[in-house]
Design a protein around this ligand. Structure first.
Ligand code: SF4
Length: 193
């Protein structure tokens, strides 16, 4: 028998009425169906990573915090207490949950070698070592001790730093320390906060 949506709703309502007639208390059932999916989540405040507006978001995660449980992000919404967006999000920010919970999300560093036509997975240790080696080589090759007029400048013009809007104050502090210690002068961040 084919059941239309209308028939299904009718039967469901009739069934509920019938159970009530038999003395079953359906209030707890109705209360449960009306519970929000964020009722038992923990909230984490963060920043939307998509653009320089840097809207504040609340990430809702479901987990019983047990050792063998995997926390699951179930909802992301605008942070009403955030001074930039006051709870609002544009369509991109409103779809942030799909960015976090996504089977196509990259979870490992990848590298595309010169001349190669594909990306390959590498370990975090390998990525860190390769980045450090390339930074050292670039810094040594492009470091300038004196400018054309003989003035001491000690700057590295071969490296630039671009920060993102989700970078914390602490990360930015360390980034400035690390980059300036190498003489990096080209320094920028995406965020306007
Ligand atoms: S919610 Fe939209 S406007 Fe706000 S930071 Fe994200 S992308 Fe930018």
């Amino acid at each position: 028998m084919e059941v239309s949506r209308r028939t299904f709703v009718k039967c469901t309502l009739a069934g509920g009425a019938g159970l009530s007639a038999f003395g079953f208390d359906l209030k707890p059932v109705y209360a449960q169906t009306q519970a929000l999916k964020i009722d038992r989540t923990s909230e984490t405040r963060s920043t939307c990573p998509y653009c320089s507006v840097s809207c504040g978001v609340i990430i809702h995660t479901l987990s019983d915090k047990g050792k063998n449980s995997t926390p699951q992000v179930v909802h992301v919404e605008g942070d009403p207490d955030h001074p930039i967006n006051r709870g609002t999000l544009c369509p991109k920010g409103a779809s942030l949950e799909q960015d976090i919970v996504n089977e196509r999300r990259l979870l490992k560093p990848q590298v595309r070698r010169p001349g190669s036509d594909h990306w390959e997975d590498i370990s975090w240790d390998q990525a860190t070592s390769e980045i450090a080696r390339l930074i050292k080589r670039t810094r040594d090759e492009t470091f300038i001790e004196k400018d054309a007029n003989g003035r001491t400048v000690n700057r590295c013009e071969g490296i630039a730093w671009a920060g993102g809007c989700t970078d914390t104050n602490e990360l930015n502090y360390l980034a400035v320390k690390a980059m300036r210690s190498m003489g990096v002068v080209y320094f920028e961040t995406q965020a306007r906060v």
